[in-house]
Design a protein around this ligand. Structure first.
Ligand code: RB5
Length: 293
């Protein structure tokens, strides 16, 4: 089970929770803060509280939660209701697996901030978090998973809505749902994170051309998004490129061609063989660029 803990600065409560959760076999844990500066170490109080319990998180660096973190986690566990509200306003598509730690454990209690308090307060906060994690792990199964994820901007939402019933269920529709102008990278990021992190099996993105969506989606790890214009390009995107996100342009192709292309995309298997080696080469490019200059 993957757990992502969230507090404000990612220096006290959420890293303590990360270290406590990792004690449990089969649990992977990470953490972030909705107001975190990047790269701060854990607070001394949190470090001492963990050390007293024989625990440590020596390489911790504070960070803000990203779309990929939210897609990765079975459950995103916020220390307070206000952290949860902030997360849901940034990542509305994740609302079904963002809870407070208290809710996840079956109660309403928030975990209050110990920052600047005594070692006793830190120890009590850590014991509170530990109790809630134990209770949650005893009662909760894996978080929701999706057959597919779909997204569009104002220039593509009509076609996206028309294609939803063709997609593998359950479908997570991240929007948009009306013609007000929106920025396509927001929807590309959501669908790409869901597919790239394995939470959704396949992705559909629609904008005016399919091009902006594919450029944006391909920035995320594990995503092979193809802008497709007909049945042949849909077939080859799967057979040769093992594409996991199909991008369509509502302003460029008609709805029947789009339906046929999507049907072909979903029905075609990756051929493997010589194409596998090329995908490995793409993965190596992804790894290399992830490290920056
Ligand atoms: C929006 O006007 C349009 O630029 C967008 O939908 C898409 O075509 C971008 O690639």
């Amino acid at each position: 089970m993957r757990l992502f803990f969230v507090c404000t600065g990612n220096v006290c409560r959420s890293p303590m929770a990360e270290a406590l959760a990792q004690k449990h076999p089969g649990v992977e844990a990470r953490s972030g803060g909705v107001g975190a500066a990047f790269g701060a170490p854990m607070s001394e109080g949190a470090r001492r509280a963990l050390a007293a319990a024989g625990l440590a998180l020596p390489h911790h660096q504070s960070q803000e939660p990203s779309a990929e973190h939210l897609a990765w986690a079975d459950w995103v566990l916020a220390m307070t209701q206000s952290h949860k509200e902030e997360l849901v306003s940034r990542f509305p598509w994740a609302r079904d697996w963002v809870l407070t730690l208290g809710e996840w454990a079956g109660s309403k209690e928030d975990v209050e901030d110990p920052i600047g308090s005594t070692d006793q307060v830190y120890a009590a906060t850590m014991a509170h978090i530990d109790r809630l994690i134990e209770k949650g792990l005893a009662s909760q199964g894996p978080g929701p998973r999706y057959g597919s994820a779909a997204g569009a901007d104002h220039a593509g939402y009509l076609l996206k809505d028309r294609l939803l019933s063709q997609l593998p269920a359950p479908v997570l529709d991240v929007g948009t749902h009306d013609p007000s102008s929106v920025d396509y990278p927001i929807y590309a990021e959501a669908v790409a994170a869901l597919v790239g992190q394995g939470r959704a099996g396949v992705g559909l993105l629609v904008c005016g051309t399919g091009i902006g969506m594919s450029i944006a989606a391909n920035k995320l790890m594990g995503v092979r998004a193809a802008a497709v214009s007909d049945v042949s390009s849909a077939h080859l995107a799967r057979a040769h490129n093992d594409a996991n996100v199909i991008c369509l342009g509502e302003r460029l192709i008609g709805p029947v061609v789009a339906e046929d292309a999507l049907r072909e995309f979903l029905a075609t298997a990756f051929e493997g063989g010589r194409h596998s080696r090329r995908l490995e080469e793409i993965r190596a490019l992804e790894d290399a660029s992830g490290h920056g200059p």
